[in-house]
Design a protein around this ligand. Structure first.
Ligand SMILES: [Fe+2]
Ligand SMILES: [Fe+2]
Length: 248
């Protein structure tokens, strides 16, 4: 099978056809613009849409009496529990998607095999299981606060949309293992940031036991990030060196 860095029939660049590209550039230069338009038109349209549109969802009401009482009590101390719940739900959705992402990588590994300096199946499975464990940590945290862990909160919604491009790469049957690992690298970078902030929030809001659980998760995430980064870099280096050997 061809490797993505093999030379193929890619004709996306203008240099593929010097005659046509010359004509294209000449025609573009000779064409009088149909309007004096610039980027200000799209900018004002965006501004008008943004000012007219609503927001991406709101928080659900507490799903239990315990949650309602907690909301009132924390409300009295001027802490908005909804902010913390929103961020917990965001991490929960991310860890759930992270679990699915590693499932995709495992399928890619099983279909195409690994490479020198790349992940073992065991390592991918371990990271998958840790993402799932983190999902359960967050489920428990939300339940302990009387919140419904199945609710999609605004930040969870946004995080899901953000991850949708990564899922497209992961689930495309044409992508290679290193290409999917690059998508995982983006996810792990965001994941580490997310846990970092959640630990800070939990600590500042006095949820010490939760913060301890989250620090455990953070340690696993730091391990994920370090390994995935190395796997991606190893592949790029080997690929480049392999090509250099071929060229020599
Ligand atoms: Fe994670
Ligand atoms: Fe992770």
């Amino acid at each position: 099978m061809k490797e993505p860095t093999d030379i193929g029939m890619n004709r996306t660049g203008i240099g593929t056809s010097p005659i046509d590209s010359k004509e294209l550039i000449e025609a573009a230069e000779a064409t009088v613009p149909s309007s004096e338009g610039d980027e200000s038109g799209i900018a004002s349209l965006r501004i008008s849409y943004t000012s007219e549109s609503g927001i991406v969802g709101t928080m659900p009401p507490p799903s239990s009496v315990k949650g309602a009482v907690k909301s009132v009590l924390e409300g009295l101390t001027a802490k908005n529990p909804a902010v913390f719940l929103d961020k917990l739900a965001e991490r929960l959705q991310f860890e759930r998607t992270g679990t699915r992402m590693y499932e995709s990588v495992l399928a890619k590994f099983d279909a195409l095999g690994g490479y020198d300096g790349g992940p073992t199946r065991e390592a991918l499975l371990e990271f998958h299981d840790e993402e799932l464990r983190h999902f359960h940590v967050l489920r428990s945290a939300l339940e302990s606060m009387g919140a419904d862990p199945t609710a999609l909160t605004p930040s969870a919604d946004i995080a899901a949309v953000e991850a949708s491009g990564l899922l497209q790469v992961l689930n495309d049957p044409r992508t290679t293992l290193p290409q999917t690992l690059h998508a995982i690298l983006v996810a792990e970078l965001a994941d580490s940031e997310g846990w970092d902030m959640l630990i800070e929030l939990a600590t500042n809001l006095g949820h010490e036991a939760m913060a301890d659980d989250f620090r455990d998760a953070m340690r696993a995430e730091e391990k994920h990030l370090a390994h995935v980064r190395q796997w991606v870099a190893n592949h790029a280096m080997q690929d480049a060196e392999g090509r250099m050997e071929q060229a020599a």
